[in-house]
Design a protein around this ligand. Sequence first.
Ligand code: ATR
Length: 292
Amino acid sequence: MVKIDTSTEVIGLIGDPVEGSLSPRLQNWAIDRLDLDYRYFAFPVKKGTVEEAIVGANSLGIKGLNVTAPHKKVAAKKMDELSGAAKSLGAVNTITFTDEGKLKGYNTDWKGFVNSLKLTGFEPRGKRCLVFGAGGAAAAVVFGLIREAPSRIVIVNRTEAKAAKLAREMEGLSPGVDLEVRPLSGTDIGKKIERSDLVVNATSVGTGSTEAETIWKTDSNFNPDQLVYDLIYNPDPTEFLKLARNAGSKTVSGLDMLILQGLESLKVWTEEEFNPGPMVDELRDHLRQQVG
Ligand code: ATR
């Protein structure tokens, strides 16, 4: 039986939609495992009411919030203080309210991604990486990779100009990392994939209405020496990961990043120093029951 009384800290998620989000199941499982006096809820918040929601949460004494689509950029603009990553990405996925009532914004998405790579034994330093996509999710991936000093990151996007913009934003952070930009239609993308140690799908192709699709259409460019990562966690595996598995590549689904960014947020709110690694296997099983 869960004990909830006046000392129980409230945390939660704001976004639109939040129905179907795995975060409440993930966070409340971790809260119980760590024996913390917290509870996590999902709050549907429409565009245009984000600021009111955040200010209201602060007034109610809510301990902190996660922020998901489509509010991450707007939320960053409302903060009194931003972490370095949140500032570089212009996006906040975690908010804390200080005792003085100030709003502090963090971004744990990139950390969730990097930690999930390390958990599989992949060390990005000196490695050749290729990322499909140039939206917010791709930005978190590129930001996280850059901090690990790979030798090269190729950003491949349908709209090349967006990839070029992302590369420009990240350039200053990455002395020594070769940042390349290519259009998805480029004739050399297959070769670039073949020469990569890590291939990441950070586009939205492969979930929802595009569930039957894949950003890369053939398994002939993947190989057993690669790690192939799809940020999508529903379905799991995606068509993209199925192609990679056909070619013998090691694969990781977006569930690992979701779990690890969530546990980083929990660390921010609770200031507890726990090791998330040992919880990931059990959490993956626990969350897959909801994904179906
Ligand atoms: P997020 O914040 O989740 O990354 P986003 O900013 O909307 O979402 O980015 C979606 C990414 O998926 C973009 O890289 C987008 O490519 P464009 O920049 O060309 O729009 C990519 N994407 C979405 N649908 C696509 C499709 N059908 N084919 C190829 N790329 C697609």
